[in-house]
Design a protein around this ligand. Structure first.
Ligand code: UD1
Ligand code: CA
Length: 463
């Protein structure tokens, strides 16, 4: 087997995306497009690919750091020019050079591996990965002779009307014998509609040298569709999303409505999890077995243990243990550690806090920068006053404490284990363990009978 190197062309801006972000960095289901191509290339060959970067190169290099080598194309003069920059880095390499664009993110390692194997088995100088599309517009067309041999690839803009009618397209994925590629690249010319160096022109140069050029047609056209604009991005996203959901369903996850479920392929979901409609799970999230998520759960970069329930709620960058119930309408903002059997209910917001096992925060609360023990009851309307206008302070609530309804806990402060605080209190001082703290105006009745007299007066005035 000859050696293989993959080259990924990712220097273009992606003019048709109408974006400042380089095309390579546009995300699909949470990961940049180029990341998909790098993973497929690495999986198919076992080698680290060489990525040609240019426009927005810092972003691309940062996203792929440690997983690819880079070469810079200073001016974007076309795919042939981009490949030439890579060829300079590969001087001395003998074997198969696989070239891929950064904008065919759906290519599978299996198709790629089959393609490379076919090229090598046939001993071709160049093999073009092609596909038959219902709508080939915009793509380079594969021109064949009467006996079916590939004779050229013609860009859409340079094609005649007859050539435009051809449905077999160039996927822009190729295998080259290294010597053939290195010899052809310096001979490319810019005499075309876009005045660019076209990599597909290597086909004609190779044929002119009398060397064999083959085509290999991909079975699944979805895998090789290019993402050049936001519409194609949305179509590719739908395919990625569906693939992820199919995999999760195969692994034992119930997805009630795949059309309205959005799970990044970076997410891990345990068996017997049920995902209800309008649920989003993204980033580095992990969901334990038998959780029930949704309707309308939005879980980002968070870990959930087993048998958790999340309804109509947002959970961000938090670690949640087993059997925790969240929502409806709760918000776990970043950096929470929530222990098992906790209940976070309606209109509760929690941020940068630790919550002990079995604690209940059931209604209308704000908990910020707090350390709360286990089996604590937080009454309705409790607010932790963590910010004094200048600084944030922490609040500590001991195990088994009972915080009455509508309390303000002005941080920094501590409520000892087992303590009670009376409803309506604004607490500014520490409360010792097992004490009762009352910090509110004593109720007074100034006008006994006032309400009765008022009613009687009103009745008399009625006609
Ligand atoms: C290219 C092919 C076309 C094929 C289509 C498949 C050429 C000339 N055309 O067209 O035959 O049907 O892909 O999707 O190759 N790039 C650089 N540097 C440059 C220019 C481009 O790195 O100077 C990179 C881009 O970032 C992109 C890739 O090369 O990843 C392809 O460029 P793009 O402009 O998308 O080519 P298409 O017009 O789609
Ligand atoms: Ca393209």
């Amino acid at each position: 087997m000859p050696e293989v190197r993959c080259v990924i062309l990712a220097a273009g801006q992606g003019t048709r995306m109408k974006s400042n972000l380089p095309k390579a960095m546009h995300p699909l289901a949470g990961r940049p497009m180029v990341d998909y191509v790098v993973r497929a290339a690495t999986a198919a060959t076992g080698e680290r690919p060489l990525v040609v970067v240019g426009y927005g190169r810092e972003l691309v290099e940062a996203a792929l750091a440690g997983r690819a080598d880079f070469v810079v194309q200073k001016e974007q003069l076309g795919t042939g020019h981009a490949a030439a920059q890579a060829a300079e880095k590969l001087t001395g390499f003998r074997g198969t050079v696989v070239v891929l664009p950064c904008d065919t993110p759906l290519i599978s390692p299996r198709t790629l591996a089959d393609f490379i194997a076919t090229h090598e088995r046939a001993g071709a100088a160049v093999t073009v990965l092609t596909a038959a599309l219902e709508d080939p517009s915009g793509y380079g067309r594969v021109i064949r002779s009467a006996d079916g041999r590939v004779t050229a690839v013609v860009e859409d803009r340079d094609a005649t009307p007859e050539q435009r009618a051809i449905r077999e397209i160039n996927t822009a994925i190729y295998c080259f014998d290294s010597q053939t590629l290195f010899a052809a690249l310096p001979r490319l010319r810019r005499d075309n509609a876009q005045q660019e160096y076209y990599l597909p022109d290597v086909v004609e140069l190779t044929l002119a040298d009398g060397r064999p050029v083959h085509a290999y047609q991909a079975g699944d056209p979805d895998e090789v569709s290019g993402v050049n604009n936001r519409r194609q991005q949305a179509q590719a996203e739908a395919v990625v999303r569906r693939r992820t959901l199919d995999r999760l369903m195969d692994e034992g996850v119930t997805v009630v409505d795949p059309e309205t479920t959005f799970i990044d392929d970076t997410v891990k979901v345990g068996p017997d999890v049920t995902v209800l409609p309008f649920t989003f799970i993204s980033g580095e999230s992990e969901v334990g077995p038998e959780c029930r998520l949704g309707p309308a759960a939005d879980i980002r970069d968070s870990r959930l243990g087993r048998e958790c329930v999340v309804q109509y709620s947002v959970v961000e960058k938090s670690a949640v243990a087993d059997r925790v119930t969240i929502g409806p309408f709760a918000h776990l903002r970043a950096d929470n550690e929530v222990a098992s059997d906790v209940r976070v209910g309606n209109y509760a917001e929690i941020k940068n806090s630790r919550v002990g096992p079995g604690t209940k925060i059931s209604h209308h609360s704000y908990i910020g920068d707090a350390d709360i023990g286990g089996e604590v009851n937080i009454g309705a309307g409790v607010v932790v006053v963590n910010f004094d206008g200048l600084r944030k302070h922490r609040t500590e609530i001991g195990e088994g404490a009972f915080i009455g309804c509508n309390n303000n806990l002005v941080a920094p402060m501590k409520v000892g284990p087992g303590a009670y605080t009376a409803a309506g209190s604004t607490l500014t001082k520490d409360v010792p363990a097992d004490a009762l703290a009352v910090s509110r105006e004593r109720q007074q009745v100034h006008l006994a009978g006032w309400a009765r007299r008022r009613r009687e007066k009103a009745n008399k005035e009625e006609p």
